[in-house]
Design a protein around this ligand. Sequence first.
Ligand SMILES: Nc1ncnc2c1ncn2[C@@H]1O[C@H](COP(=O)(O)OP(=O)(O)OP(=O)(O)O)[C@@H](O)[C@H]1O
Ligand SMILES: [Mg+2]
Length: 380
Amino acid sequence: MGNPFYLQEVPVDAPFCNRRTELKELRAYAEGKANVVLFSPRRYGKTSLVKRIQKTLSNKGAVTLFADFFGVASVDDVASRLAKAVFVITHKKDPLWKSALRTMKSFRPVLKPDPSGGVSLSVEPSGAGKGGLELLEETMDSLREFVNTTKSLVHVALDEFQEIVTLKEALQVEGIMRTHIQQQQASYFFIGSRRRILLGIFNDRQRPFFQSAINYPLRLLPSEELAEFIAEQFKKNKGRCTEAMGRKLVSLTGFHPYYSQKLAFFAYELSKTVTEESINRAMDRLILSEKPVFEAILQGLSPHQRLLLRALAKEATTKLLASGYIQKHGLGSVGGVQHSSRQLEELDLIEKDEETGVWRPVDPILTIWLRMQSEEKLSQ
Ligand SMILES: Nc1ncnc2c1ncn2[C@@H]1O[C@H](COP(=O)(O)OP(=O)(O)OP(=O)(O)O)[C@@H](O)[C@H]1O
Ligand SMILES: [Mg+2]
C-alpha cells in the first residue's frame, strides 16, 4: 500500500480535509459570476481548492479555464498562457473547440504527440509582428468573444496572479485585463500567496482593479479536523495513529496543511504506527528536506533582511520599531527596520497578526529552522 500523503497539489479525487464552507461559498460566487481574490500564505491549499471547485462547476456544464502565471516572463507570455488555457479546456469538446478556434484569433493551438504516448498542447501567435500589449489586448478581446459566445458559465482561475506585477508594463497589463474582464459575463478567481502584492492590485485606489473583486482569505484548517484527517489516512492505509498522536503531529507544524501532510508522509515512511519517537524523527527529515528551499530564500535576501527575519524567528514582537527590540537584535536604525520589514512582507516572509498585532515569520518550519541555526546543539 502506497504512502497516502500528498506533497503536491491534492488531486480532485484524493482525500481532502474539510473546506466545506469555502467550497460552498466560492462555488456560489463563481455561479453568481462574481470575481474573487483568493489569498493565503503559501501552501494552504488554494490551488487544490480551486481545482475542486472547477471540477464541480465543470460537472454542471461550466467551461473552466485555468492559467498559472508563475514565472511569467513577458506580456506575450501572459497572453499566450490565457490563450492556452482556452484551447486546453476545449480540446476534443466540440462545438466549444470550434468556437475557440474561431474566436481566439491571436494564437493557434499546436498539438504534438508527447513521449508518454499522449498529446501535448502549446500555442503560437497566429500573425507575425504583433506582440506585447497589442497582443494582450487582442487576446483579451478574443477571450471576451469566446466567453460571450459560450452559452454555459465560464469560470477563469488565474493562479499566482500577482506575478504580473514583475513585468515592467504591469500597470498597462492590469489596465487591459481589467477593462476586458469588466465586459465579460464570466467569473474570475485571482489567486496568490504574495498577499501584500496581490491585495495591492485590488485594494489600491490608483490601480485599475481597485475594488473589482471580493477579498477571500483562506485560513488554516481547523486543528482538530486536521488531526483527525491525518489519523484517518493512517488507519485507511494499514497504519495506526491515535487521535492524540494526530494532534501532536499537526501541532508540530503549526497546523499547516502542507507541512502536516509532509510530516505525516515521512512518519508513514518510518513506521506505520505513529509514536512520539517516529514523529520526532519525521520532523528531522522534514526540516532537512526543506533546507535547500530555506537556503535559497535566505540567499535572495539582503543581510539586514536576514537579520530581521532571524530576530522575528527568535522573538516575535508587537514592538518591531521599539529601540529595545532593535538594540537587542542588533538591527541598526528604525528606518532600516521599516525598509526591511516592508520588503519581507512583500515577499510574504513576515506578517503582522491582524488580531494581536504581533510581527512574526509566516512559515512555521522556516521559523524552527532559523532558530535551530542560531542554537547549536551540543553533543552530550
Ligand atoms: N484541504 C486539504 N486537505 C488535505 N491536505 C491539504 C488541504 N489543503 C492543502 N493541503 C496540503 O497542502 C498542500 C499544498 O496545496 P496547494 O498546492 O493546493 O496549496 P497552495 O495554497 O496553492 O500553495 P502555493 O501557495 O504554493 O501555490 C497539498 O499538497 C496538501 O498536502
Ligand atoms: Mg498554488
